[in-house]
Design a protein around this ligand. Structure first.
Ligand code: SF4
Ligand code: SF4
Length: 212
C-alpha cells in the first residue's frame, strides 16, 4: 500500500484551520479582481459611432447597422458577446479617449439562446442633405470639427455640423431639391454629392434668337 507523504499529511491537517480556498459560487456572487478583463461594454454617451472598434476587432465581434428610414436616422453598434475574445483592442483603438467601449469586470456570460448573445447602443446619424445616404454619426462630425478647430471651416460638412450642434443653424434645414448646383456645396453632403456639386455645372441658358 502506498502511504501518503508527510508534506501532504501536514497540508491536510493545516487546511482544517484555514478558510476554504474556493468560493461558494453560485450561492454567493463571485467578485472578480479589479484588473479582471471581462467583456467590453459600450458607453452610449462617450461613443462617437466612428467604427474604429469594428475595424480593429480581430474576432469580428463588433458590427453596425445604419437605419436611415426612421424619423431619427440611427447607427446601431452591435457587440456580439459570444464571439468576443476580450482582447481589449477595441478599447485601445477607441478615439473617444478609450472610453467609448471599455473592458468591464463582467464575466458571467452564460445564455440559453445564442441568438440573444449581443448588446447594442444607438447613435444618431447625419444624412447627406441631397441624397439622404449616411455620412457619419453627428457626435463624430462634431468631435472632428472641435478637434481640428478653425480648420473645419475648410469643410462645409464639418462646420455646418458644428453650427447645427451649437444651435446657430436650424437642425431641420434640408435640401428640397434633388438636382445639384454649385450653391449646394455649403450643405452637409456625402463625398459623392460633394463631388457632383463641385464638378456639375448648370446647363448654359439657351440664347434667344433675335427678332423672335
Ligand atoms: S475585446 Fe477584442 S474581440 Fe472583443 S470586441 Fe473588443 S476587439 Fe473585439
Ligand atoms: S468612439 Fe470608440 S467605441 Fe465608439 S465606435 Fe468609435 S472606437 Fe468604437
Amino acid at each position: 500500500m502506498k502511504l501518503p507523504k508527510v508534506r501532504e499529511l501536514l497540508e491536510a491537517i493545516k487546511s482544517l484551520s484555514h478558510r476554504p480556498y474556493t468560493s461558494k459560487f453560485p450561492f454567493k456572487p463571485h467578485q472578480p479582481y479589479p484588473s479582471f478583463r471581462g467583456q467590453p461594454k459600450y458607453d452610449p454617451d462617450r461613443c462617437l459611432g466612428c467604427l474604429a472598434c469594428e475595424e480593429i476587432c480581430p474576432a469580428e465581434a463588433i458590427a453596425h447597422e445604419d437605419k436611415t428610414s426612421g424619423d431619427i436616422p440611427k447607427r446601431v453598434m452591435i457587440h456580439y458577446t459570444d464571439t468576443c475574445i476580450f482582447c481589449g483592442c477595441c478599447q485601445d483603438a477607441c478615439i473617444a479617449d478609450h472610453e467609448g467601449i471599455k473592458l468591464s469586470n463582467d464575466w458571467e456570460l452564460a445564455f440559453f439562446n445564442r441568438a440573444e448573445a449581443f448588446e447594442t447602443i444607438e447613435k444618431e446619424l447625419q444624412l447627406c442633405e441631397i441624397c439622404g445616404s449616411a455620412i457619419a454619426c453627428k457626435d463624430h462630425l462634431k468631435w472632428i470639427a472641435e478637434k481640428i478647430g478653425e480648420l473645419s471651416f475648410s469643410n462645409p460638412t464639418l462646420y455646418q455640423s458644428r453650427l447645427k450642434s451649437l444651435g446657430v443653424v436650424d437642425e431641420g434645414i434640408i435640401s428640397a431639391s434633388k438636382d445639384y448646383s454649385r450653391a449646394d456645396r455649403i450643405k452637409i453632403l456625402c463625398a459623392r454629392c460633394r463631388r457632383e456639386t463641385s464638378l456639375t455645372t448648370a446647363p448654359a441658358p439657351v440664347a434667344e434668337e433675335k427678332g423672335t
